[in-house]
Design a binder for this molecule. Structure first.
Ligand SMILES: [Fe+2]
Ligand SMILES: [Fe+2]
Length: 484
């Protein structure tokens, strides 16, 4: 069943253009040109969202918004406002004012239809998305298209899950800027067809448009949650699945910025990370052989998330809140790099000259600037990001904080960050990276020693700690309560 939207605007030309645009995206639309008709339509039908110009007449948009808030409080309402010439700023009906009045979202003219679409999609549940895809009797035809590479993102074909109808179009790449659409939204990819692409055509990656990242993340995050809750599925598969979602989530964040709906998705992923590290008993085995040397920044942030939260899990004071909070901070820990000169952002620290290094060292503060005013992100998350390069011995940056002046959680992220750098940059299995880390004596003073001990514990079979008392008797690893 298509999702229905009620479009309310006095500008008929705009209404028809919007109708055409949204019907192409498989929404069903109802058009009205005044407030009174909008109320009647709401009385007669149920809508996924109302998209309404605040300046309609015969009941103004604001009056209708009030009517909706008192009669249908859960109704999504996207208000459109227009900046009026010659009216003082304070007297304008601004986006902020409309949000305060209860609009789910608000947008000011002029805007692109794609922006409006983004606002609508931000409020869809997975159920809404699935119910809005068309049901087809047969597969749509394959179509060759010329579209810029920069519009696409890819997933490994081996990591693509079949049987469900896809929520958006899927392509394979022919050559640069040329793609074949192999699946239309609503088609399902059978195992046979997938095998054919993989084995006969040697396809390694499937592509989709970046504008569909939100749907991809939303759906796969939902799917990952189910898989993570399933005790029969091994840790390896869970770790990989969450990696896929997290990487695409980060790509989307870097592509679109920190919109409220994106932060909501981040929180959902943080929740899944919590479930993963607290419920999967075989993670110590997975970590020993885990090999993902992809140096890409998105993989990096995910691995830092995974190891930081696994370290916290070893502490007696760990809780759902600390783990989720740290997971969210880890996903965003290097977000300040968005503000760096792109050349510096790409460089390895060892290759930087003094000036570049100075610029690089600003990224924790830039990160804070990007999220500071954001009420959806709490202060602990902000502090972890700001302090993730501070060292226990005072040699870190940006403030050369030392010892207990540094948040314990930041110091954990700092260790996980450097540890993951060894894994990725030096292409080591995590157990080997651990040995390398422990051999770099001068760097060990960067961290609170309890944190280093907890990183070691991440790799140890929890039952073994209790059975083999081969650890030095003064180690807290022996005296701590059983880790599970
Ligand atoms: Fe960093
Ligand atoms: Fe990092």
């Amino acid at each position: 069943m298509a999702l229905k939207i009620l479009l309310v605007d006095k500008d008929e030309e705009w209404l028809f253009a919007a109708k055409e645009y949204f019907e192409k995206l498989l929404y069903q639309t109802t058009l009205v040109s005044n407030g009174k008709d909008a109320q009647v339509a709401l009385y007669n039908e149920k809508f996924f969202a109302v998209v309404m110009n605040a300046f309609v007449q015969n009941h103004s948009g604001v009056q209708v918004l009030k009517f909706i808030k008192s009669n249908y409080p859960s109704q999504n309402v996207i208000m459109i406002t227009e900046i009026e010439e010659g009216v003082d700023k304070e007297d304008q009906l601004s986006v902020e004012k409309l949000r305060k009045m209860g609009a789910t979202e608000a947008i000011a003219k002029p805007f692109e239809m794609d922006d409006l679409k983004g606002l609508l999609e931000g409020h869809q549940s997975v159920g809404d998305m699935v119910s809005s895809i068309p049901r087809r009797k047969s597969l749509g035809p394959e179509e060759e298209v010329d579209l810029g590479d920069e519009k696409f993102t890819s997933v490994k074909i081996d990591e693509f899950y079949t049987s469900q109808p896809v929520l958006f179009d899927i392509y394979i790449k022919l050559r640069s800027n040329r793609y074949i659409k192999i699946l239309h939204a609503g088609d399902a990819l059978s195992k046979e067809r997938l095998d054919k692409y993989r084995n006969e055509k040697n396809v390694e990656y499937l592509y989709f448009e970046k504008k569909d990242l939100f749907k991809f993340v939303k759906f796969n995050s939902y799917f990952a949650k189910k898989v993570i809750a399933n005790e029969k599925v091994g840790g390896q598969k869970k770790v990989k699945l969450l990696q896929n979602v997290s990487e695409k989530f980060l790509e989307q964040t870097f592509h679109e910025g920190l919109k409220p709906q994106i932060i909501d998705q981040g929180k959902e992923i943080a929740e899944s990370v919590f479930e993963l590290v607290t419920k999967s008993e075989d993670l110590h085995k997975v970590f020993k052989s885990y090999s993902d040397f992809d140096p890409n920044a998105y993989t990096h942030a995910y691995l830092v998330t995974l190891f930081s939260t696994s370290i916290i899990k070893q502490f007696e004071w760990q809780s759902k809140t600390t783990i989720e909070c740290t997971a969210l901070a880890c996903l965003f820990h290097d977000i300040g790099k968005m503000k760096l000169d792109p050349d510096v952002a790409k460089m390895k620290v060892d290759d930087m000259n003094d000036e570049q290094l100075l610029e690089y060292k600003k990224h924790p503060e830039y990160g804070l600037e990007l999220i500071d005013g954001n009420p959806l992100i709490n202060n602990s998350v902000k502090q972890i990001i700001l302090q993730h390069h501070e060292h226990f011995d005072g040699t870190g940056f940006p403030f050369n904080k030392r010892g207990s002046k540094i948040l314990m959680l930041s110091n954990i992220v700092c260790l996980a960050d450097n540890f993951v750098h060894i894994v990725q940059d030096e292409e080591k299995l995590p157990v080997e990276a651990l040995k390398v880390l422990l051999s770099r004596r001068e760097q060990l003073s960067w961290y609170n020693s309890r944190i280093v001990e907890c990183l070691i514990k991440v790799f140890v079979d929890p039952d073994k700690i209790m059975k083999d008392n081969h650890l030095p008797s003064n180690s807290r690893l022996v005296s701590n309560k059983k880790v599970s």
